[in-house]
Design a protein around this ligand. Structure first.
Ligand SMILES: Nc1ncnc2c1ncn2[C@@H]1O[C@H](COP(=O)(O)OP(=O)(O)OP(=O)(O)O)[C@@H](O)[C@H]1O
Length: 301
């Protein structure tokens, strides 16, 4: 089996009011993995640790087979593309084309045709000064700079922040095409459920600096469901149902039940003669909300 693109073992970063970790994570090569979590859950902090822009207090990080610490090596940086959550204002006085000329010095694989194709697709005027660009234009340009050297690994921190719907679709298409070779890896943080649904193969949920789990997206969406079940008057111990997240009385002899394991829940109901009246898959944001609730209960207990 291929080694992971990113491997994090027992990583902890302590701040005065926030602790990230301990985090253990293996991001697979050749796939898009989305990190999803509420504001302040530590997504950007994790990205900065992965890129050696911030130091963890404990643990090990390996990116593209290199242990953290080998990152001062430009050859290593050239294998990665990064779009941070906030862009730096240091280069604001430059025109886009000057910033591109400056950036390409660091990337031996800079692909001028690819750069120009992306400039066209995202409709960027390269003669414009960066400070004159709108937030969305700047975001598109940052994406272009991160992708013009065809990196093996792309780290995108809320890539669509500020993009209009047309630019957003272009971004989705550009990332899909980037992944076509099957050898590239994307790790992205996102709050946009539609973006995660369209792009991600795997989803990592992070809450209060801790990883709740990493899931294959399709399996996750197939497993979490809400069902209405008719118990025909019998009292059910819903808590013993596999995957039971919550069960609430819905009138008559009907219950509304949320499960994280639809297949086993159905079998459990069948074995007890409980009739499932309807079932509906949960959306990713509902799943995240349910997981946050589970985590809250776990911490309280
Ligand atoms: N440079 C820093 N110094 C000290 N604390 C920081 C720093 N950057 C972030 N934090 C804190 O770390 C915590 C996690 O923030 P982080 O930006 O990593 O979360 P996030 O999941 O990316 O949030 P968002 O979705 O809002 O972008 C927050 O409590 C934040 O205040």
């Amino acid at each position: 089996m291929q080694s992971p693109a990113i491997e994090v073992k027992g990583m902890v970063q302590k701040r005065s009011h926030f602790e990230l970790g301990p985090i253990d994570l293996a991001i697979p090569r050749g796939y898009v993995t989305a990190i999803v979590g509420p504001n302040g859950s530590g997504k950007s902090s994790l990205f900065r640790c992965l890129l050696d822009l911030a130091k963890p207090d404990r643990g090990e990080i390996e990116v593209l087979g290199e242990k953290q610490g080998a990152f001062d090596n430009w050859q290593m940086k050239a294998r990665i593309g990064y779009v941070p959550e906030e862009n730096s204002s240091v280069y604001d006085h430059m025109k886009a084309e000057q910033k591109a000329a400056f950036t390409r010095q660091w990337y031996p694989q800079w692909d001028i045709n690819r750069y120009q194709e992306l400039i066209r697709r995202f409709e960027i005027d390269p003669s414009l000064k960066l400070r004159k660009m709108s937030k969305g234009m700047r975001r598109k340009f940052d994406l272009i700079l991160a992708m013009a050297h065809n990196p093996e690994l792309l780290l995108l921190d809320e890539p669509s922040s500020g993009l209009d719907p047309i630019a957003w679709r272009t971004m989705i298409d550009v990332i899909h095409r980037y992944m076509e070779s099957g050898e590239r890896t994307v790790l992205m943080a996102s709050h946009i459920i539609d973006e995660v649904r369209r792009l991600a193969d795997y989803i990592v949920f992070i809450v209060h600096g801790r990883v709740l789990g990493m899931y294959e997206k399709d399996t996750l969406l197939e497993s979490w469901s809400m069902l209405y079940a008719d118990t025909a008057g019998s009292k059910e111990q819903w808590r013993s149902m596999p995957g039971c997240h919550s069960a609430e009385f819905a009138g008559g002899s009907t219950y509304k039940v949320v499960t994280s394991n639809m297949i086993e829940s159905e079998e459990w109901c069948r074995a007890r003669g409980i009739h499932i009246l309807s079932k509906q898959r949960l959306e990713l944001d509902d799943i995240l909300t349910a997981m946050i609730e589970q985590e809250r209960l776990r911490i309280q207990s």
